[in-house]
Design a protein around this ligand. Structure first.
Ligand SMILES: C[S@@+](CC[C@H](N)C(=O)[O-])C[C@H]1O[C@@H](n2cnc3c(N)ncnc32)[C@H](O)[C@@H]1O
Length: 465
């Protein structure tokens, strides 16, 4: 199935380019295309030279870029690269970064595709890092050929084990806004060859990839594969912190997404977001994280096949409670089902947000029974049980300020089992206006899934009524 419908809405290739128009305009494109008996112009996507010619012609026609794509080097597919750049544009908007944008491209390749698109389309300044000398030379030629040397700089990274080391002094003086990275996806040659001649799947066969393979091994393969590569970025980001405002990377394997989120969580990085890059018959994934407290990445729009289902669960409850009372009720209810609260923030008199964390397992599925128990709160033994739980968590609901303080203390001292890889994490907000409470819950991550969030949401609605 083609996934063009899930492309970023501003991606110009959501409507596929006309091969007929390209064949009329570019003789070199005509030379690699076939005119079918029905008048349709088709291409052999398995042929490297055809892919190279298509990319060169599209770059020229749609972006006025004259790009050399050397033989044996990776040929960038434009819909994917644009999906990534447009997502960066969304991130910058959420972060409120609009002027003098500067970014770093980790591994720019011979094409220097991200630098060229970012500079030509958005006038962003780009620092392009690359470990392959030949690719550095070719990237510089492409930049000069398009008169973009005032916006893009290529830096040779002589240590493949490092990411930002060449920039440490500069970043200290002048932070940059973002980094972008298309890492080598594969870990060893046999993984790569199994992609070229894929193993049979459960149904007995797996279709071979539609596009021919392009790129040298050193562009596609790295020790430990993409997870180890991105781990290095994460580790260096923990040193650099907000010297780069938003760190981002692409991932080539779905299985890597959870691993990277776990690595981020293990480092205590909770301000991150993810998206899918869907185009043609290929899906890639994007992850972004930041150490800036005022950049709230969870609000960055994400696109892709699975994104629609991650909308927040939202409900309006008629109530005479103010937000503090509603919050106390929610706090009490979550406490009862062993869901912990983190990052509680009263933004004003009428709104409170927090993260809900179920550390180990589903503790709420017998919610009806629990609700009945909670509803019978006049029974002293149950009240005692709730109070005992409250004592353990050291929460005094009477005093918001000291409760927040105690919560913080509790969070840091409590070596909550499952904190690194919690079973379920969700974002919750409560907002009161005109005698109604708006309750929003959104799944963030964890095995408990969206179903788990939905169950908690139902449980809370009933408690708030
Ligand atoms: C998959 S290619 C991406 C090329 C280009 N950005 C694109 O999207 O077409 C990965 C690139 O990263 C480079 N690379 C590998 N390790 C690196 C490192 N530690 N620092 C900078 N570049 C690196 C490789 O030489 C290769 O050119």
């Amino acid at each position: 199935m083609s996934m063009n419908q899930f492309m970023h809405p501003r991606n110009r290739y959501k409507v596929p380019p006309s091969f007929t128009e390209l064949a009329i305009e570019y003789p070199e494109f005509r030379a690699v295309s076939n005119l079918e008996i029905n008048g349709k112009v088709t291409l052999n996507f398995k042929d490297e030279n055809t892919l190279r010619t298509l990319t060169k012609c599209l770059l020229h026609k749609d972006f006025k870029l004259d790009v050399t794509l050397p033989k044996d080097k990776l040929i960038p597919t434009l819909p994917l690269r644009l999906n990534y750049i447009l997502w960066i544009e969304d991130i910058l908007k959420v972060a409120g970064i609009t002027n003098n944008v500067t970014g770093i491209d980790i591994g720019c390749g011979a094409s220097c595709i991200y630098g060229l698109l970012a500079a030509r389309e958005h006038h962003w300044k780009m620092i392009a890092l690359e470990t392959n000398r030949e690719s550095c030379g070719c990237a510089r030629t492409n930049i000069e050929a398009n008169n973009l040397d005032h916006l893009i700089e290529v830096i040779y990274q002589d240590d493949p084990g490092k990411i930002f080391s060449k920039l440490n002094d500069r970043l200290n003086l002048q932070p940059v806004d973002f980094c972008i990275c298309n890492p080598p996806f594969f870990s060893k040659l046999d993984e790569l060859s199994s992609k070229i001649s894929p193993k049979k799947n459960r149904t007995g066969h797996r279709p071979s990839p539609r596009n021919g393979r392009t790129g040298m091994n050193c562009e596609l393969i790295v020790d430990g594969g993409e997870c180890d590569f991105v781990q290095k970025i994460i580790e260096e980001s923990c040193q650099l912190k907000d010297q780069i405002k938003v760190y981002t990377t692409m991932l080539g394997h779905k299985s890597s997404v959870d691993k990277i989120i776990r690595l981020l969580s293990a480092k205590g990085i909770t301000n991150f977001c993810q998206t899918e890059f869907c185009q043609g018959h290929t899906t890639r994934w994007g992850i972004a994280w930041t150490f800036h407290l005022d950049i709230y990445l969870k609000t960055v729009p994400s696109y892709g096949q699975n994104v629609e289902t991650n909308k927040a669960f939202t409900h309006v409850v008629d109530t005479t409670n103010d937000v503090t009372q509603s919050f106390q009720l929610v706090e009490k209810s979550l406490l009862y089902v062993d869901v912990k609260m983190k990052d509680v923030e009263f933004t004003n008199q009428s709104k409170v947000t927090f993260k809900g964390i179920a550390p180990l397992k589903n503790t709420w599925s017998k919610q009806r029974q629990r609700r009945r128990e909670l509803d019978r709160q006049d029974k002293p033994h149950l009240e005692n049980e709730i109070n005992a739980k409250k004592e353990v968590c050291q929460i005094d609901v009477e005093d918001q300020a000291s409760a927040a303080k105690k919560r913080k203390l509790n969070e840091s001292s409590d070596d909550m089992e499952g904190e690194q890889f919690p079973f379920l994490v969700f974002q919750c907000s409560l907002e009161n206006s005109c005698s109604v409470t708006h309750l929003h819950l959104k799944y963030l991550y964890g095995k408990g899934g969206k179903d788990g969030v939905y169950q908690i949401y139902q449980f809370l609605i009933n408690r708030l009524k």
